[in-house]
Each structure stands twice: as structure tokens, then as C-alpha cells.
Design a protein around this ligand. Structure first.
Ligand code: UDP
Ligand code: MG
Length: 329
């Protein structure tokens, strides 16, 4: 901290030989946390001085003065870089913008700005990376979330693990370190609907976990509400699992066989046992069942078409409004 640009440039020569680690920090209305975050991160990172550190803050369209504070920090601390998005795009996309701003890092660490991902854990992440792990993820020991959110997330992970071809660790967080190899692959991903943690888990590589306990949010409150989380859950499902489509298939088969059985029974009993059914009865059996199948199928197909749609229109994922601290300015 407080290094002037000049002494920084003189230091560059030795620094350039050090491996580079970039932190990618999504920021949404974190004005009250940013200074404390930088201080806390600096404290940890100063001890790890065999690496050259850069902090890439991605301002995800904050309404408070987060961006001014980032600019401020960038002026005083050459390690700080900032990307400002033109509006709030959501954390997953902010992370993507951050990743795409990383140019030559040997490792990248995703970390939240609200101090819920304790910066001191960075030392452990790096230690595991030095051991040769290419992905060092974290698990959270205590969660202060409401029981509805906890139950929701438990159900989500259970379903995802059970029914999709993806194995994700419950309690895993976005706080993680990725080796440059992993990052290189991640950058080639072009899909639009994103669930970062899922994508990274899907990739494989040599991977390990570090456990930490999550403190309460210091300032402000969690910006994710239930519908955001529900959306994330639904999106991760439909991007990673064909289960809904399969269920529709099964439902269709069940309904068709049921209706055929009933119809067969009606015909048999009418012809051989002189049981009389009104045409209306036939009509109802036919109609209700087939109509149900069609509706269920349509509803689900709509979800998939939605994804195809977003993939196909290839709109940029985000728009950068401002950058600070990067060389190409
Ligand atoms: N965040 C973001 N865009 C958003 C919401 C959140 O960049 O639309 C950032 C936020 O500033 C924080 C991190 O993502 O650094 C995690 O957000 P939050 O603490 O609200 O989520 P939680 O800890 O409840 O998962
Ligand atoms: Mg948080």
C-alpha cells in the first residue's frame, strides 16, 4: 500500500519474474466494504511476497460510489485495477468480465468484496496450489443464512448431484483459486447462461478443497433474494441436466399408456359386456390426457428454447463502461 508509481516501476523488474496471481472481485454496492477489504487483502498478500499480485475489481453497476472508491484505490495502489460495467449484470457475469480482463496471470482467485470470503484463506489456497492442485475450491463451515435458504440450497445440490452429470460439492463457495491452465479453458467457454461454480466443477482437473468459516456480512446485506436464487437453480438445471426433458418424456409415456389402457378397457367392455359409454366419456378420456401431455411438453420445451435463443443471438454478455489501472489505457 502507498507505493508510489515511481518506486513501483523500479520494483517492476524484479516483480516481473515473480509468478502473477490476480484476484477477481465482483463488486455490487460495496462502498462500505471496499477499503476494509483492500486492507485485509493487502495484509495477507504482503506476506506472500514471492508472488506479484493484482486486484481486479469488477464494479457490477453499483448505485453507490463503489466505482469512485475503486478509482481512488487504483490511483494509490498500483496493484488495483478496475472494470466498471454499464449496469448490474449479476455476479456470474461480473466474474466473467473479470476473467476476461486477466491477461497473463499464473493463477486467479475469485473472492467476494464483502469480507465473507476471509482474505486470510488466500494463503492456504496458494499453499495448495503450490502442492500442484489446479483448482483449489473452498467449503464454508458455518452459514448464517435463513433456514429456507439453507433448505433450498440443500435440495438444489441434492437434485443437481442426483440428476445431472455434474458432481458439485454442497457448501462449496465461489471463493476459489484457478491455475492458468484451467483459466485458459474457462476463457474458451462461450455459453451465455452461466453458473460458474458448475462450469468449473464440470471441467475436472486436479482439485482440492480448503475449509473456512464464513463470518457475518460486515456491511450491507446479501443482495441475492429468493427469486435470484431460484433463477440460478433453474438455470443451472436446464443448462446442465436433461432431467426435465426426460421427466416430460416419462410423463408423456405414462399418460399415453394410461389413456390407451382406459380406452382399451372401454372398448372391450362395450363390445363384449354391453357396457355403454357415452361419446362424451370417450372424448373426455382422450382430451384431458392428451391435452395434459401437450401442455407439459410445451412448457418444458419453452425452457430449452429459451437457452437456445440466448446462445444463438450472441449478444455481448456485458458492456464495459470504464477501466482503470490496465496497461492498454
Ligand atoms: N455481487 C455482484 N453483482 C450482483 C450481486 C452481488 O457483483 O448483482 C457481488 C457482491 O458485491 C459480492 C459478491 O458478489 O462481492 C457476493 O454477493 P452477496 O454477498 O450479495 O452474496 P452471498 O454472499 O449472499 O452469496
Ligand atoms: Mg456475501
Amino acid at each position: 500500500m502507498g507505493t508510489s508509481r515511481q518506486s513501483y516501476v523500479q520494483k517492476l523488474d524484479t516483480d516481473l519474474k515473480k509468478p502473477i496471481i490476480d484476484l477477481v472481485i465482483p463488486v455490487y454496492n460495496e462502498a462500505r466494504n471496499l477499503k476494509a477489504f483492500l486492507e485485509s487483502v493487502s495484509e495477507t498478500v504482503d506476506k506472500l511476497n514471492s508472488y506479484y499480485w493484482q486486484f481486479i475489481f469488477v464494479d457490477d453497476g453499483s448505485q453507490d460510489d463503489s466505482w469512485e472508491i475503486i478509482e481512488d484505490m487504483a490511483r494509490f495502489d498500483p496493484r488495483v485495477k478496475g472494470v466498471s460495467l454499464s449496469r448490474n449484470f449479476g455476479k456470474e457475469i461480473a466474474l466473467t468480465a473479470g476473467v476476461e480482463s486477466v491477461s497473463d496471470a499464473d493463477a486467479v482467485i475469485f473472492i467476494d468484496a464483502d469480507l465473507q470470503h476471509p482474505p486470510s484463506v488466500i494463503a492456504e489456497l496458494v499453499a495448495q496450489w503450490e502442492e500442484g492442485y489446479q483448482i483449489v475450491a473452498t467449503k464454508r463451515e458455518t452459514i448464517e443464512y435463513s433456514w429456507t435458504r439453507k433448505a433450498g440450497s440443500r435440495l438444489f445440490y441434492f437434485m443437481l448431484n442426483r440428476f445431472s452429470d455434474l458432481k458439485v460439492q454442497p457448501k462449496a463457495t465461489d471463493f476459489r483459486l484457478l491455475d492458468r491452465e484451467v483459466l485458459k479453458v474457462l476463457k474458451t467457454f462461450e455459453e451465455r447462461t452461466r453458473f460458474f461454480r458448475g462450469l468449473i466443477d464440470w471441467m475436472g482437473f486436479r482439485k482440492t478443497f480448503v475449509t473456512f468459516s464464513s463470518p457475518d456480512r460486515v456491511n450491507g446485506k446479501s443482495t441475492f433474494n429468493l427469486s435470484d436464487l431460484a433463477n440460478l437453480a433453474v438455470n443451472s438445471f436446464t443448462t446442465f441436466s436433461l432431467l426435465p426433458l426426460r421427466v416430460t418424456g416419462w410423463l408423456g409415456i405414462t399418460v399415453v399408456s394410461l389413456s390407451l389402457t382406459v380406452l382399451f378397457y372401454m372398448i372391450i367392455s362395450q363390445f363384449f359386456f354391453a357396457q355403454v359409454y357415452t361419446p362424451l366419456a370417450y372424448f373426455v378420456v382422450f382430451n384431458t390426457l392428451l391435452f395434459g401431455v401437450v401442455l407439459a411438453a410445451l412448457g418444458l420445451i419453452a425452457l430449452y428454447i429459451g437457452h437456445i435463443h440466448t446462445e444463438v443471438i450472441r449478444r455481448p454478455l456485458y458492456i464495459v463502461q470504464n477501466r482503470i489501472g490496465f496497461e492498454d489505457e
